[in-house]
Design a protein. Structure first.
Length: 352
């Protein structure tokens, strides 16, 4: 028995937010003081580091569970399965449903329950639960789903990664330009076909790194707004990722028994183009190799960082031949990898 992804789906929001839409923002340092440079310089430097020129936001009427449902519908259709046969619905997110203009996250009932309800699944043995694991949430959901299948307590699972980060950004925080919205989903099931998940790894570095990403108040010290927004220490995250992610990826590949030369694609969390390039360079350096050309598909430039949604969305886009110069063939060895709030790291080696 092998465990494979048999269907994928994604939802790319239709609202395009280009970099120049931030030209009139009042960006502040975390102590509330204004930046010395004007926004043109700030935005140009931002793009040179992150690679982001535009990002996607959801329409006003949608929430994270809505777009997660849209992605789930596509994955179910792509796998050509009856949703009543699902044993688990696992929904990875970090902020719940946040209606536009709301100051409060809504997670009761859970987002997985909401999707199961929208899918009209009657089967009570289909268990629906949420997973909060930072940006690596979708990959961790896939790891958990394969564990259920491997243990014999499930045969088929739906794993969703969805986020609407546009609802939790501080407009005075320069990092607001990084974040975006999106959703991706997959069907994972037992099969007699060759390939599937070969190995996986998960690590949590909480002692000294727990609060590199957290909730905090606006940088505008004159504001009476007591809403909490996503806050991150970009430099510490960058240093953490470069220190720990490449070695975790190598350990995962070593455990799979596959050779580094057989790896065809690396689907890494779309956090920051410069950081992802550096992670991959260090990963291949561990094998005394240069990074191969065209090994890492990237969508951050026009989709931004949608947290748990970046990897499943990217995989779905490539799997359906919608990204120029990137495709997958039967038997290809690929790696999924992510890093995020916690700080958590995980990776999967998968034979397509």
């Amino acid at each position: 028995m092998n465990i494979k992804i048999t269907g994928t789906g994604s939802y790319i929001p239709s609202v395009v937010q280009k970099n120049d839409s931030f030209l009139n923002h009042s960006f502040l340092n975390n102590d509330g003081t204004p930046f010395e440079n004007d926004n043109v310089v700030i935005i140009d430097k931002f793009k040179s580091i992150t690679g982001i020129s535009e990002r996607r936001y959801v329409k006003e009427e949608f929430t994270s569970s809505d777009i997660g449902f849209f992605a789930a519908e596509k994955a179910i259709a792509n796998a050509n399965i009856d949703p009543e046969t699902l044993d688990y619905v696992i929904f990875a997110h970090n902020f719940g449903d946040i209606p536009l203009g709301s100051r409060q996250s809504d997670m009761l009932p859970s987002l997985a329950v909401r999707v199961k309800h929208k899918l009209k699944i009657k089967n009570p043995k289909c268990v629906a639960y949420d997973l909060l694991f930072g940006c690596p949430g979708w990959i961790e959901g896939v790891i958990q789903a394969q564990a259920f299948i491997k243990a014999g307590i499930a045969k088929r699972c739906l794993v969703i990664g969805s986020e609407t980060l546009s609802r939790v950004v501080d407009k005075h925080d320069r990092d607001a330009m990084i974040f975006s919205d999106g959703a991706g989903a997959c069907i994972l099931e037992a099969t007699n076909e060759e390939g599937g998940i070969l190995s996986h790894i998960t690590e949590s570095y909480t002692l000294d790194n727990a609060f590199h990403l957290s909730y905090g108040k606006t940088f505008n010290k004159d504001s009476e707004d007591d809403t909490k927004y996503i806050k991150m220490d970009g430099r510490k995250i960058y240093e953490f990722a470069l220190t720990h992610v490449p070695s975790a990826m190598k350990a995962c590949l070593d455990a799979s028994g596959e050779d580094i030369n057989d790896v065809k694609k690396v689907f890494i969390h779309q956090a920051n183009e410069k950081m992802d390039d550096a992670i991959l360079k260090r990963f291949y350096r561990l094998f005394k190799m240069k990074t191969p050309e065209n090994i890492m598909p990237m969508t951050i430039g026009n989709l931004g960082n949608s947290s748990v949604a970046t990897v499943p969305t990217l995989f779905d886009i490539v799997r359906h031949n919608k990204l120029e110069n990137h495709s997958l063939n039967t038997g290809d060895v690929i790696i999924f990898a992510s890093v995020g709030a916690g700080m958590h790291i995980n990776a999967i080696v998968y034979k397509y």
